[in-house]
Design a protein around this ligand. Sequence first.
Ligand code: C2E
Ligand code: CA
Ligand code: CA
Ligand code: CA
Length: 279
Amino acid sequence: AKESGRSGYQFYTEQMHIDAQQLVELEQDLRHALKNNEFTLVYQPQVQLDSMQISGVEALLRWHHPHKGLISPDKFIPVAESSGLIVAIGAWVINQACRQLSYWHDLGFEQLSMAINLSARQFFQKDLLATIKQAIADHNIPPQKVEFEITESMMMRNIEETIAILHQIKTLGVQLSVDDFGTGYSSLSYLKRFPLNKIKIDRTFVSGLPDDSDDGAIVEAIIAIAHSLGFTVLAEGVETAEQLHLLAMKRCGEFQGYYFSRPCPVAELVSLLLEHLPE
Ligand code: C2E
Ligand code: CA
Ligand code: CA
Ligand code: CA
């Protein structure tokens, strides 16, 4: 035990050193990323149970670093968040995603909705409402086709303030969903206090399906309570036909995951949409 503790400690300090150095570099580079046009959005389809058609997409941010190549959002979003850069980057995301949605609507995919992730800093920032309002107006899109995702752990940080902000955003006519649900240790009964439309079940529960009976029970409970509270349910991280069948049997209404498609650039998404065009 002593030995594993020591090697664990060495590993930890080495990691910390690298991380601290990388962090400073990343933050410096992030400062220039917006004006250098290093960000793009990719879009992952969301498929509806009733029609088995693509009903929406989630916008996911990609950073193409000039020297380091593609950097994962799990790596740079926390840096953008702690440095405050996320506010400007997030505003760019909202505007770009709305522009893209308006383009797809003009192509004839009028039913398509766009889900946009919000970070904590962005959510609790005063300008958010104006930013959303402006983007919707500039691109002339029906607000009910735009959806904002906040994570369950964000919601639980400051419950009263979160509820108040959600109500304000709601007045714009957009949809609201809770992301990564099940990981934030909130009680299900709490959910009814939040003005939400959709619960996104975290993929850690979906990945256990169909074999893990605990995950099966958790997913079933989330779906039942979400429905009884009037929320729709989307399962994240659906990778196999077995997972899809089980979730469909439990009446989960929407799916997202590699089984249908990875997040993809605009050009690929258009061909996916054409394939799934209803007759
Ligand atoms: P998220 O919001 O939970 O997004 C889903 C993540 O799961 C995406 O990772 C997606 O590529 C991945 N994924 C989708 N289907 C599957 C699957 O079947 N299997 C597996 N293993 N993974 C799947 P990505 O794009 O790397 O994004 C990671 C996280 O970064 C996002 O998690 C979100 O928290 C954050 N993020 C991404 N874009 C933005 C953004 O524009 N703003 C903010 N604030 N956060 C963002
Ligand atoms: Ca999300
Ligand atoms: Ca998620
Ligand atoms: Ca996540």
